[in-house]
Design a protein around this ligand. Structure first.
Ligand SMILES: CC(C)(COP(=O)(O)OP(=O)(O)OC[C@H]1O[C@@H](n2cnc3c(N)ncnc32)[C@H](O)[C@@H]1OP(=O)(O)O)[C@@H](O)C(=O)NCCC(=O)NCCS
Length: 174
């Protein structure tokens, strides 16, 4: 895809897996898998078409984003979990993170997704429209700082339909 930035995004290929894992270790450290967000990805496959990366001729994969299917509460309301989003330490503050989010959020909307959730820094994700989920509306399967549980609606009113425990979509018994 094209943008006014000197970077282009491309779809993640299976052959990119090792480079992405390396980037995530570099960005979040080796303890990243103990985070509650990872419980929501176990046994799941990232949503097709929404895993993007940015390549750099010198450093290889320097940015990556993916999304995971969720079901929420007794009704199993569908949503996406954004993340991880990571940008190589030597390529941060160049707009790569925002580019990856803007492109994928627009694509998610076109694909018909209604609600996106994530755990992250509100001042950063607020730049692409994320806000804090009202405390107590959603529960995660482990500890999380409520101020860091954020949402953006791709369809107005989507958050109101989501109430209760967040699960990986495949865990929802229906
Ligand atoms: C967080 C991260 C994805 C941002 O990607 P990036 O490509 O460097 O960010 P962008 O270039 O798109 O945006 C840069 C802007 O966001 C701001 N920003 C970056 N991280 C921020 C944060 N955690 N909180 C608030 N603002 C932040 C920068 O100060 C900069 O502001 P400016 O435009 O006013 O100069 C990247 O730094 C990263 O992978 N960090 C390691 C993982 C991490 O710390 N995650 C925490 C967020 S959950």
């Amino acid at each position: 895809m094209t943008s006014s930035l000197p970077f282009a995004t491309s779809q993640v290929l299976l052959s990119d897996d090792d480079a992405i894992e390396h980037l995530l270790d570099l960005s979040f450290g080796p303890t990243r898998r103990s985070k509650t967000s990872y419980r929501l990805r176990e046994g799941s496959t990232a949503v097709r078409g929404l895993s993007l990366l940015v390549r750099d001729s010198a450093l290889g994969v320097v940015g990556a984003i993916s999304y995971w299917p969720l079901a929420i509460g007794a009704r199993g309301t569908r949503a996406l979990l954004l993340g991880p989003l990571a940008v190589h330490p030597e390529r941060q503050n160049l707009g790569i993170g925002l580019l990856l989010m803007r492109e994928t959020l627009a694509a998610a909307k076109i694909l018909g997704h209604k609600l996106v959730l994530l755990v992250g820094d509100a001042p950063y994700y607020g730049r692409v429209g994320f806000s804090q989920v009202p405390e107590g509306q959603l529960l995660m399967p482990g500890p999380v700082d409520a101020k860091r549980l954020l949402y953006v609606e791709l369809v107005p009113g989507a958050l109101a339909e989501a109430q209760g425990l967040m699960m990986a979509a495949h865990q929802f018994a229906g």
